[in-house]
Ligand binder design. Sequence first.
Ligand SMILES: [Ca+2]
Ligand SMILES: [Ca+2]
Ligand SMILES: [Ca+2]
Length: 417
Amino acid sequence: MRRQTHGRLAALLTSLIVVAASAASAVAAGAGAATARTESGKGAGSGTGAGSGTGTGGDRTVQRLPELPTSVDGGTWRSGHLQGTALDLRKGLMYFSFTDLLVKTDLTGKPLGSVSGFTGHLGDLDFNERDGRVYGSLEYNTPKGAEFYIALFDADRITRMNMDAQSTGVVSTVYLKEAVDDYAADMDGNGVFDGATADTPDHRYGSSGIDGVAFGPDFEHGGGSELTVAYGIYANTTREDNDNQVLLQYDVSGWKKYERPLTEDAPHTSGPDTPDGKYFVYTGNTDFGVQNLEYDGHTGNWLLAVYKGAKPRFPNYSLFVVDGSRRPTWGLVPGQERPERGRMLSLLPEGLHDAPSGVYGWQGGGQFGLISLDDGRFYVATQSAVKVGGVTQQTGRSVLQDWTGATPNPFTPVKAP
Ligand SMILES: [Ca+2]
Ligand SMILES: [Ca+2]
Ligand SMILES: [Ca+2]
């Protein structure tokens, strides 16, 4: 059911229409990305294309994009574990966030460049088709306080390995005051903010920071392409105000004025005072909130992959889907000590269902990387720790999966052709 068509595939189609009418018709026939055609030399993987060369438009050569690979290897690195992935479908590039390292590969998994030297926590990613940049969540938590940013990577300028995040200028940052304010809230009012620990009544909504990020339509009005940022939420089974996922939406089209270089020893606070929208999803407490957030243009729904929670009165699913066809409802935010009204999003009433809590969801993957191809397929990431020469290193891989909606696990690997 294609309720929303503004997705990556739609953007791809737009770019292809200019190539040749014959190409456009091939796509319109439902062939999708795997058989779409593009100008030669545009995609990093074009060298492996079949080169059908049917160029009807004069000298321009058009060739088939290679089939999307059933997996893309993000490599093995001395870093933190895989946190998120992003795809530039038009250029055939994938991005992998390894906590303190961003790796850019082509779709054969060949590394083309990387950005290193973060002392903070680089989390989930998404690719913004409108400006060609990669956006990621970036957290600095210290015992004293925290700074949360969106890191904007100038993707085209990532052209070699180990580019320094601070000195090369490929990263700019925008400060998220709303997320910092909620994180730093002294909830028990004892005059002391307890800092970076889960074992406290402090942190509004139990916030531990930010992690999941994704571009998609405005929840309120259904159009546009807003950056949606999900909170991390500490695992804590002894409080009730942490049973919601929290999502902030930002229109980033005016963010140029906020962007500052990344300077870790002199953190800035340049960013929007408030988000354009703040939304809550009642799922029950999870371990560090939304790990990966992704908008699926095929269904118009949003996927929230989490590390399972531990509260006995919740089903503790690992994947939640927000129903994109339902507008937010204004109501009480569950569990808050001082009654608070907010915009509540609805879970898609499919999959597993826990009647007592009313929570729907699945036991599915996507916590380390989740990319919708907007055609019913996803790249779902896997990761592992391996010893290389006695040193622990981290692997990451995106694996092509079909969404089946089956329970408990809604994903099934796409078989190699
Ligand atoms: Ca994460
Ligand atoms: Ca306190
Ligand atoms: Ca994401």
